[in-house]
Design a protein around this ligand. Sequence first.
Ligand code: COA
Length: 664
Amino acid sequence: MSMYFCFVFVQPWAVTISPQRSQEAKKFYHIKYLARMMQMPKVVKMGLSKTAASLGRVKPQHGRMFLHQKSLARLPIPPLQQTLYRYLLSVEPLLSKEDFETTKKVVEDFGKPNGVGQRLQMALVKRAKKLDNWLSQWWLSVAYLEFRSPVVVNVSPGIVCPRENINSESDQLKFASKFISGVLDFKHLIDTNSLPVDQMGGQPLCMDQYYKVLAACRIPGPRKDDLVFYPPNKPDAPKHIIVAHKNHFYTVDVMDKEGVPLTLSQLYSQLKFVLEASTQPEIPVGLLTTAHRNTWGKVYKRLNKDPTNAKSFDNIKRAIFLLCLDSSSSQTEQNFSAHVARQALYGGGSGSNSGNRWYDKTIQFFVSPNGGTGLTYEHSGAEGPPIISLVDHTLAYAHSIADDFNAMTVDAPAPKKLNFNLDLDALDTIEEAKQEIDSLAGDLQLTILPFKHYGKDFPKSQKLSPDAFIQIAIQLTYYKIYGRSAATYESASLRKYQYGRTDTIRSASIASNAFCKAMEESGTKPSEKAMLFRKAILSHKEYTNLAINGDGIDRHLLGLKLIAIEQGENVPDLFMDTAYTQSSHFNVSTSQVPAKHDLVMCFGPVVPDGYGICYNPRQNHLNFAVSAFNTSPETDSDVFAKRLSESLLEIRDVLESAPPTAKL
Ligand code: COA
């Protein structure tokens, strides 16, 4: 993940939802869509009856997706003194007494009446009056587009889907066809603004990110990248996907001229065409997208001057998504999920499928002949939850649609291979990228932990928030291994606000630290441990509520820093203080990404000596993906996962053995 993990991309409302788009056009599209489905007896029936509507996930209802959009509140700016006070609370468990006293003085000085802090706060408030979201454009730039490390592992998460029953090339293509069909079904819901509005605690969330998921792409630049997307319902809205096979890239139409999706049989024959036309591996041009962004940006700029290259790049960036038909790769991991996680995060290495990817593309699905399936997503435009909605919908669709691969009706235009004219410099860059991706592959340690002893039902039965429960278990695990608490990041959704993305929940607290200490001290009674655990949970929940309600401290402090820079001022001492650096060096970067399917998202650590931990809490079990770097002698994802499992069991024992009076 990037240093910041999740961030905001804002586009003015009028751009994402065309006000010109007439109701007539929408009606026409829908009628054509239905009519087309009706031409396909089995598929139609299943297609219609088994779409999200009838599966109980989504009831198509045109226009409702953005019903609340305009009434969503704007992201607030918290009061300065509140942020400074909370900042001190958050750094206390991470600092020595001496360092904490120094930090207190630095903070006092920053926040004094008529001081730097107040001046910057006023400038920030002024900015907020002019913009729909005071943070979004900044966030997009500093967190993503100006972030220069390779997107692979550092920015782009992977999703490990449940294993599919794929035993032959034909199975691979059939599943891929259903998958495409499922994505198009979801796209139809987006295009007709029919998705139900996501909610959190009964409140509507901003749905803007759904418009940045399909037909979107990151464009490399020598100093800063760009993000483009092609909204639906425009005359030139994309109707194709890119299919990658053995490092070849093909543009494949998946809709007819009127935007009606092809049938499963048609999709199957399109994919078969690609497979048969690409039997030998091509130069892995896709590896360029794994390079450092400055390097790739320079190469891209030069290559883009060639009309053939420019056409191929254009095809990729406009495509609805990228489908990678992967080749078999030897499974070195004992754990199949960990093997698929590697495919999802970096394609398994240059000898595997890393060249069969285009990492700038927002969505890349992959389907392997061994039944491994998943997705890689470029993070600039959206957070995990909208991506998971797409995956949940698509998997449910693919598993329920009839296996109809016979009824050929309309011929679709044959797939076209994308050609690239590569100069010597580009070929050298590919060679370097090969070495870098392999060294990254060697460095990244990944552990998938399906914790089977209980799921989120257990914390709920104890009247505790499952998310806070898991976070405190992570705190305990770190403390047990290292004997101290570490700066910990948890993503908090800001989608209650217009164009909101995320803030940080700082999970290491005074209360979590006290609990961890008590757990490690011999002689602490179970009742006391249980009481301290519940206190730690309350403290976490309180921080969560602050963060999701726009009162988090990290984005506010970032805003104060950026406004100082924008105004040409020196970066204030507060940001040069050890406490700031240490508390933003997130040794533990975490995120809850819940899903209806038994899958798990994974991402890399954000610092060289850190852990990346993503989890999907299910009713009866918890899925974790833990990552670390081998080059750090201090971290080990296998050990962390094992100790996490022990912590979760230990906490359950503590709660079950403590008398009810231990409850707060
Ligand atoms: N007693 C019983 N049940 C409780 C409870 C309690 N004290 N507290 C919470 N629960 C229940 C909730 O009602 C909910 O029930 P459900 O399973 O029926 O929906 C469930 O437990 C989960 O609640 P909780 O564990 O508290 O988490 P949450 O769903 O509120 O999520 C965050 C917390 C921080 C993860 C969420 O607010 C958030 O911000 N997510 C953003 C994720 C994101 O964007 N990630 C980016 C990835 S790129």
